[in-house]
Design a protein around this ligand. Structure first.
Ligand code: ADP
Length: 681
């Protein structure tokens, strides 16, 4: 028997292993089984090359749990090890690589997210003793027993073992006793070993017989050794992909499309990605891709390996070329990872392009479920935008779909304004903005439906991308002004009368927001009063809501424009009534104001070329006095007009109708409106 000290400087490495890998203890099983898989595949290779001529036998790897003895045993029939090999690979190389790994990451617990590199010694995270029984495939090789109890001392001796291969027994320690339970080990096997390329046997198949569950004499194989992504796409049908998706995500809806990735050069990568139906909340959709390394499960967090928007996809990626035992920030700067990420982006875009070309109808049908994903990609990845601009779709309020080019052609003639800008009209809520959509359509305009979660960002992005183009929400102005053209209609109410009507309407507007009253010479057929919100203001507020750093706008009260159609017969009627009812009072006041104003302007002219300090105190006092008088009289004048407005039911009624069509008339006011409407009828 040989005893020895494992050659390493660290006094006792095992407490360190336990401490540093605390959060990820469970990976020990994956590491042991990966080693067993490697040993098995090496033997197969040797047999293929003719260097091993013996019988391969049953190559399944066996995993057993003994809850009483608190052991886990992993047995393979791979190449095994001779005593020299145990000395070399376990005592020296493996140990020194384990200690090197820990030395490197000692001070950055979080960096140990990649798990590979620790290999065999990770079994000490959960064991207080580990035994190895191994016999090399080489002819005449003697079996070896190795054991170590967690101190740096090991024992190694020749031993009896009939079969080729390696058996490793872990004596699970007290803190880790959960791992000596069958269900827990099964859980781990399902998570890490589901698609390993060598069969893994865990217990026996069971069957129900006479109301009892009985064990059969047949191994239960827990893995699929030929998962779909390792097969040739040409041999697979749509159903195969669907079924595989269901196996991966039993609760998810059927996916929209899939992509089979298969790259050999300049890096190796296989996998299948699925486009899921993306519901409205992006966050909960993320991180469903599983990452494998030669069919060994590594993680389901692919952040840093694929671009952010691709984390919305589902499926598996398998690549031995992704470095796994490094921190995420390092990963992002790794050139291989960059290539891989770029490649996947390109493949995804190509696949979408292909579906768009060959099955446009299908593509349109699935667009609503796909849109969020594509917009996300276009906003965040320039390379993806360049490809996607050829197949991304706009949907209009008639549920028709257009590519960017098609849409531009459609609206070019009608929706170019006098400055040669192309105006894209859009609605964010079909129901609420219905009347605006209708009047735009009546005018021959087309209106897009942009009601998705990312559309605000997407619109901003498009305005930077599309040349000479602007997006304008259909309710941001009266239809006449949405797209400014040269010609202008005459107003039937003269300017001075319009000014007098401002207080008439203003006094009747609700006080919970800012309202600016303006007049527009619209068509007689258009609504008499309209309420709009400026595109700029609304977008700023939207951005503030999404936390885009526009907090200042978020604090402002809502502001709206109240647009009075001066050509509408009802507005003309109000204008006439206003003259009739207020003419006398207004004239009287105007007569008083006129001489005072004349007086003031006389003094102003006399002092025109003087600096403020050269004007006499007497004049200054007089001006102040006159201004005060004018202000008082004008206030009175305004009061006359406001009072007229208050008594005029039509004014209130028209404002309420405008509020109502913007969904702004609620509660008591709505109730009053209904009553008033009945009275007026
Ligand atoms: P790694 O697998 O990363 O090389 P490990 O510490 O897991 O590191 O293993 C060290 C070496 O021990 C392996 O490279 C292999 O040569 C040998 N080894 C481990 N497990 C087995 C096994 N089940 N059968 C044969 N050789 C093994």
């Amino acid at each position: 028997m040989q005893t020895g000290k494992i050659g390493v400087t660290t006094e006792n490495i095992f407490p360190i292993i336990k401490k540093f890998l605390y959060s990820d203890h469970e990976i020990f099983l994956r590491e042991l089984i990966s080693n067993a898989v490697d040993a098995t595949q090496k033997l197969k290779t040797l047999a293929n090359l003719g260097d091993y001529k013996g019988d391969l036998g049953d190559l399944a790897i066996r995993v057993e749990v003994d809850p009483k003895k608190k052991t886990i045993t992993v047995t393979d029939q791979g190449i095994g090890m001779t005593m020299e090999e145990v000395e070399k690979y376990i005592n020296q190389i493996a140990f020194s690589s384990a200690s090197e790994f820990l030395e490197k990451y000692k001070n950055q617990e979080n960096a140990i997210i990649g798990h590979f590199g620790l290999g065999f010694y990770s079994s000490f995270m959960v064991s207080d003793k580990v035994e190895i029984f191994t016999k090399s495939y080489q002819e005449g090789a003697k079996a070896v027993k190795w054991e170590c109890d967690g101190s740096p001392e090991y024992k190694m001796e020749e031993s009896e073992k009939d079969t080729r291969g390696t058996k490793i027994i872990l004596h699970i320690d007290k803190e880790s006793k959960e791992f000596a339970e069958e269900y827990r080990v099964e859980q781990l096997l399902k998570k890490y070993c589901r698609f390993l390329p060598v069969p893994i046997a865990f217990g026996k198949e069971k069957e129900w017989k006479d109301g009892k569950e009985v064990e059969l004499d047949k191994d239960k194989i827990i893995n699929d050794t030929n998962p779909l992504w390792t097969r040739k796409p040409a041999d697979l049908k749509d159903e195969d992909y669907k079924k595989f998706y269901q196996d991966l995500y039993p609760m998810a809806d059927e996916p929209l499309f899939n992509i089979h990735l298969n790259v050999d050069y300049p890096f190796k990568l296989t996998g299948i990605l699925y486009f899921p139906k993306i519901k409205n909340n992006i966050e909960i959709q993320k991180n469903k891709i599983q990452l494998y390394c030669n069919q060994v499960y590594v993680t389901d967090s692919v952040e840093g390996i694929v671009p952010e928007f691709l984390t919305l996809l589902h499926g598996v990626i398998d690549s031995p070329d992704i470095p796994l035992n490094v921190s995420r920030s390092y990963l992002q700067s790794d050139s291989n990872v960059k290539k891989i990420s770029g490649h996947i982006t390109k493949k995804v875009a190509d696949r979408l392009q292909e579906i768009f070309k060959t099955e446009r109808e299908q593509f349109e049908k699935k667009w609503d479920d796909l849109k969020l994903f594509i917009e996300y990609g276009m906003v965040t990845e320039e390379k993806f935008y360049e490809k996607a601009e050829k197949f991304a779709l706009f949907k209009n309020t008639d549920n028709k779909y257009f590519t960017f080019d098609e849409y531009e052609k459609l609206i070019k003639e009608n929706q170019t304004d006098k400055d040669k800008s192309l105006i894209y009209l859009y609605a964010t809520d079909f129901e609420k903005q219905y009347s605006f959509i209708e009047s735009a359509k009546k005018k021959g305009y087309d209106v897009l439906l942009m009601d998705g979660q990312l559309d605000t960002h997407f619109i901003n992005h498009l305005e930077q991308k599309l040349k000479n183009s602007r997006f304008t929400r259909v309710d941001s102005d009266v239809v006449e002004n949405l797209i400014r053209k040269e010609e202008k209609r005459e107003s039937k109410i003269p300017k001075e009368q319009q000014d007098d009507l401002v207080p008439v309407f203003k006094g009747q507007l609700p006080g919970n927001a800012n309202f600016a009253v303006t007049f527009e010479s619209l068509d007689e057929q258009d609504n008499p009063v309209l309420i709009t919100q400026s595109e700029f203001m609304r977008r700023m507020k939207d951005m503030a809501k999404m936390g885009g750093g526009f907090g200042f706008y978020g604090e402002m009260p809502d502001s709206y424009n109240v647009v009075i159609n001066s050509n509408h017969p009802l507005i003309q009627r109000i204008a006439e009534e206003k003259i009739k009812k207020t003419e006398k009072d207004i004239e009287k006041l105007d007569e008083k104001i006129k001489p005072i104003e004349a007086n003031k302007s006389e003094i102003d002219t006399a002092n025109k070329n003087k600096k403020p300090e050269e004007i006499s105190q007497e004049d200054k006092d007089r001006i102040e006095d006159l201004e005060k008088k004018i202000r008082e009289l004008k206030d009175k004048r305004e009061k006359v007009l406001t009072e007229f407005g208050t008594r005029n039911k039509l004014v209130k009624q028209l404002i309420d109708i405008a509020l109502l069509s913007n969904n702004m008339l609620k509660g008591e006011e709505l109730n009053k409106f209904v009553k008033r409407s009945i009275e007026l009828l």
